[in-house]
Design a protein around this ligand. Structure first.
Ligand code: NDP
Length: 596
């Protein structure tokens, strides 16, 4: 390997893709574009306004709401209401029903509450319909449907300091009350559209991948053939993790398929297989917590006797670990931060060479293969794993239109222009992703106002997100944030963060009820101490400076602003965070909180 040449190539590819407008290049689906957010999966039924009161309200019916709801029920807190914008539970798995949707993280660690619900995943990596069914299973198992409010979007959360209650307003005109509110609105919740000139002029059919229009395409999320596309010229903009999964299905059914690529994804081996029920039946009780910790340990650079998950996420870490062990065995004094970084770079170069060689092995046309090769480190962008994506480009109806890092030039009433070539299209699919770098209120779709009229936006405006453990915010009594920021920040298996967060919220609520407290709130000092601890550790997901732009690195723009604080994780890493939070909530002392 000529590592210097690889480095130069990485920089050249990044420079081609860099643009001054960063996150501003995308369009919000509001106003004339608001229809891109309509729910295609249910007819919303009229219902009476709700003005009642619940003990705990949860905003969001995805994994965050389901795992927290389950933990609350297990703690004996029964008066729980999940409020969900979609027509059912599922969150990201409710919305993302595009053909081929599946989860890149192994089901044994990705699907929460497998032991509680008794579900055995069908495969190592399961498809979206099975995950959506599992969300419904959790809802049924823990009776979370009983009090749920679906097809309802929260529009405002306001703390009433006299009544010591949260007032929850919704787009259905409700004005409910809750003693406690938790919110898990997801980091990639709000679809975004590319701000391509002329996008509003397109007269063909178009939709975002998170609102797949099966009425138009035919087929279904289970993989039924999209017969409606047989005589259509279909375009898809974007080649991220979503597109990689749906392109094989579009390629198999569309009359002609045009894939507009700005940056190729890295496509590692999927190697999926069925789960053997006999093997599954032999697992000892408590296995899922052990698997979760094993995956997290190995994925974040730690050591374990056995790799239980064995997949692409742990492969790079495993290589680095092996190299370090070899080095230390030869010379124990050789261990250093610099040696670790060198081992990482070396293993990454090796890995990416394999990924590029795989493109050559699977794609017949040499120039198409060249365009599909990713020239950046594996963790610069979301790594993808697929066994049919690359081969799609061998189908004569499938055309890769590479835009040289620049993106689509223009959209017209009848198609898409790249450079000087116009591609006539009947249907245009936007696989353009979701908002990441925008403010919390914008992404969740509502403002949260705590004591003395303080909004979360203002509280977090000057210095970025502030919290204790990523959960409690000073000035916002009885409010809990359920996510991964300022906590474990484990991105390879988001549900692990949520399971732990749910347990923590349940412990706090249960304790407040047990001691008869009206309010639970983090002190200003404890919140500041947590921020200081995170800042001192400065552990963040730092993309390599040579990385091609994307949402992992703020679109390639330097970001020394407040938003960086939200990206800080526990200094000693995710495993240490999970141990810390377990000890904190199990001690029953809840250090840093006031129960009044
Ligand atoms: P992404 O943000 O990853 O991808 C958006 C795509 O649109 C990129 O290829 C981007 O190019 C392209 N794009 C944007 N603007 C333009 C333009 N003007 N012209 C041409 N192309 C453009 O969104 P996804 O929906 O693919 O994935 C979002 C996330 O969802 C993933 O990163 C992952 O975390 C999650 N996901 C997880 C899955 C799982 O298995 N668990 C499956 C699917 C998604 P560029 O790269 O140059 O910015």
């Amino acid at each position: 390997m000529d590592t210097a040449a690889i480095r130069n190539k990485y920089r050249a590819e990044r420079d081609k893709r860099l643009r001054a407008d960063g996150n501003d290049q995308y369009i919000e689906p509001t106003g004339r574009y608001a229809y891109y957010l309509d729910d295609p999966y249910v007819e919303v039924e009229p219902r009476a306004l709700l003005t009642d009161e619940v003990e705990v309200a949860f905003v969001g019916g995805g994994f965050a709401g389901l795992t927290t709801g389950a933990a609350l029920k297990q703690a004996g807190v029964t008066n729980v209401r999940i409020i969900e914008k979609g027509g059912d539970f599922g969150g990201t798995w409710y919305w993302n029903r595009y053909p081929g949707a599946m989860c890149d993280t192994a089901a044994m660690v990705y699907m929460p509450l497998l032991e509680d619900t008794g579900h055995m995943p069908s495969q190592k990596y399961v498809h979206a319909p099975e995950i959506l069914d599992h969300c419904r299973r959790i809802g049924n198992h823990f009776d979370l449907y009983d009090n749920a409010v679906l097809s309802t979007e929260v529009t405002a959360l306001d703390w009433d300091d006299n009544a010591k209650r949260w007032i929850i307003r919704t787009n259905r005109g409700d004005e409910m009350r809750a003693k406690f509110v938790a919110m898990g609105t997801g980091p990639l919740h709000r679809p975004k559209l590319p701000g391509i000139p002329g996008i509003e002029t397109f007269e063909g059919h178009s939709f975002h991948t998170s609102r797949w229009d099966y009425e138009y395409t035919g087929g279904n999320p289970a993989g039924g053939l999209m017969t409606g596309l047989a005589d259509k010229r279909v375009g898809i903009i974007g080649t991220g993790a979503t597109s990689v999964q749906c392109i094989p299905h579009l390629s198999a059914t569309a009359g002609e398929l045009f894939v507009f690529q700005r940056t190729p994804s890295s496509i590692d081996i999927r190697n999926n297989h069925d789960i053997d029920p006999d093997w599954f039946g032999e697992l000892e009780p408590g296995w899922q917590d052990q698997w979760l910790m094993n995956f997290t340990t190995l994925q974040t650079g730690g050591f374990a006797d056995e790799d239980l998950v064995k997949d692409g996420w742990t492969d790079l870490s495993q290589r680095i670990r092996d190299r370090m062990v070899e080095m230390v065995n030869d010379d124990p004094s050789a261990f250093s931060r610099e040696a670790f970084v060198a081992a990482y770079r070396n293993c990454d170069d090796e890995k990416m060479e394999e990924i590029r060689a795989r493109v050559d092995a699977l794609v017949a046309d040499d120039s198409t293969a060249e365009m599909l090769k990713p020239w950046y480190r594996q963790l610069c962008k979301r790594p993808c794993f697929h066994d049919e994506y690359l081969q799609s480009y061998n189908n004569p109806n499938t055309h890769l239109i590479d835009t040289g890092g620049k993106g689509v030039t223009e959209i017209t009433p009848t198609g898409v222009v790249v450079d000087d070539t116009h591609y006539e299209l009947d249907c245009l699919v936007f696989a353009s992703g979701f908002e990441v770098g925008t403010t919390y209120a914008r992404r969740s779709g509502f403002e949260t106002t705590g004591r003395d009229g303080l909004t979360l936006t203002d509280h977090w405006a000057a210095d970025g997100m502030r919290s204790l453990h990523g959960r409690n915010v000073h000035g916002f009594p009885n409010l809990f944030v359920v996510g991964f920021s300022q906590a474990a920040n484990l991105i390879s298996n988001v549900p692990h963060n949520l399971v732990e967060a749910g347990r923590t919220v349940a412990a706090m609520v249960k304790h407040a009820i047990d001691v008869g407290a009206d309010e639970v709130e983090v002190t200003a000092e404890a919140e500041q101490a947590w921020i200081d601890r995170l800042k001192a550790g400065d552990r963040r997901f730092a993309a390599d400076p040579d990385c091609t732009p994307g949402y992992y690195n703020n679109e390639g723009q330097p970001d020394e602003t407040a938003s960086q604080i939200g990206g800080l994780g526990f200094p000693e890493g995710p495993v240490a965070y999970f141990q810390h939070i377990d000890a904190w909530r199990s001690s029953g002392e809840f250090t840093g909180l006031e129960f009044r």
